[in-house]
Write a protein that binds this ligand. Structure first.
Ligand code: ATP
Length: 235
């Protein structure tokens, strides 16, 4: 399987404080890779480093066969790596329809997926003319993911899409991740909801204090219990 994204011994610091140490990971084309670990383990830092929002101290990051560490965030975004940040990344003062239209305008490929996105997230259908900021938390997360789907990135990075949402909404969101994967998307996701992440991931990396503590397929990680032990048994 071709690697769409590869990190090779990447370390990242904030000031003098090391947040990520010597992390190597691979995201194969068409796969979902989950980063798990307790608060502060370094998961968000890895996504932000891939996006070019933080520069690594050392190591190499290769995306689509090209080295991207040291590149500016807008160049990496233009190459097709899109991050849906914790806190959603939508335009609250625009309507739902305008949010989707903006994402369509940035799509690298000439396919209109607005209809598909609305089918995948039915609650959005009746709210197209509503301001995005007035949606519920779950609907805002659906809109953020619908925008990502419409933009059709080569790599989609999702940071804790479940945060603060009811279990039923979390299930809907992960069903959508599965549908995106079935449609060929490549996804790197950060998650605290271990079961939801394991149910959709092809490969899992468990981080502890900025290092990879375990990696493998979901069944291996589930068996070792390491992922849940780092999260204090949260599933
Ligand atoms: P969370 O689920 O809480 O977001 P995480 O696994 O994503 O956790 P990071 O947010 O990547 O972890 O944080 C890794 C370490 O870096 C933590 O010790 C955190 O305190 C520190 N850190 C994160 N952001 C900053 C920042 N902007 N400035 C200084 N230190 C930071």
């Amino acid at each position: 399987m071709t690697a769409l994204l590869r990190l090779d011994r990447v370390s990242v610091s904030y000031g003098g404080l090391r947040a990520v140490s010597d992390v190597s990971l691979t995201v194969p084309e068409g796969c979902v890779v989950a980063l798990l670990g307790a608060n502060g383990a370094g998961k968000t830092t890895i996504l932000r480093t891939v996006s070019g929002l933080i520069q690594p101290d050392s190591g190499r990051i290769v995306f689509g066969g090209r080295r991207i560490d040291g590149k500016a965030a807008h160049d990496i975004a233009r190459m097709g790596a899109l991050q849906v940040p914790e806190g959603r990344g939508i335009f609250p003062s625009l309507t739902v329809a305008a949010n989707l239209e903006m994402a369509r305008a940035t799509a690298s490929r000439d396919i209109d997926l607005v209809g598909t996105a609305i089918e995948l997230f039915p609650p959005l259908e009746n709210r197209l003319e509503q301001l995005a900021g007035t949606l519920s938390g779950g609907e805002q997360q659906m809109l953020a993911m619908a925008r990502a789907l419409v933009a059709r990135p080569r790599l989609l990075m999702l940071d804790e899409i479940s945060m603060g949402l009811a279990p039923i909404v979390v299930r809907q969101l992960f069903d959508a991740v599965r549908a995106m994967k079935d449609a060929g998307a490549t996804v790197l996701l950060v998650e605290q909801y271990v079961d939801a992440a394991l149910s959709v991931a092809d490969y899992v990396y468990v981080l502890d204090k900025g290092r990879v503590a375990e990696l493998g397929e979901p069944a291996d990680v589930r068996e070792s219990g390491l992922a849940t032990s780092y999260l204090g048994g949260q599933t």
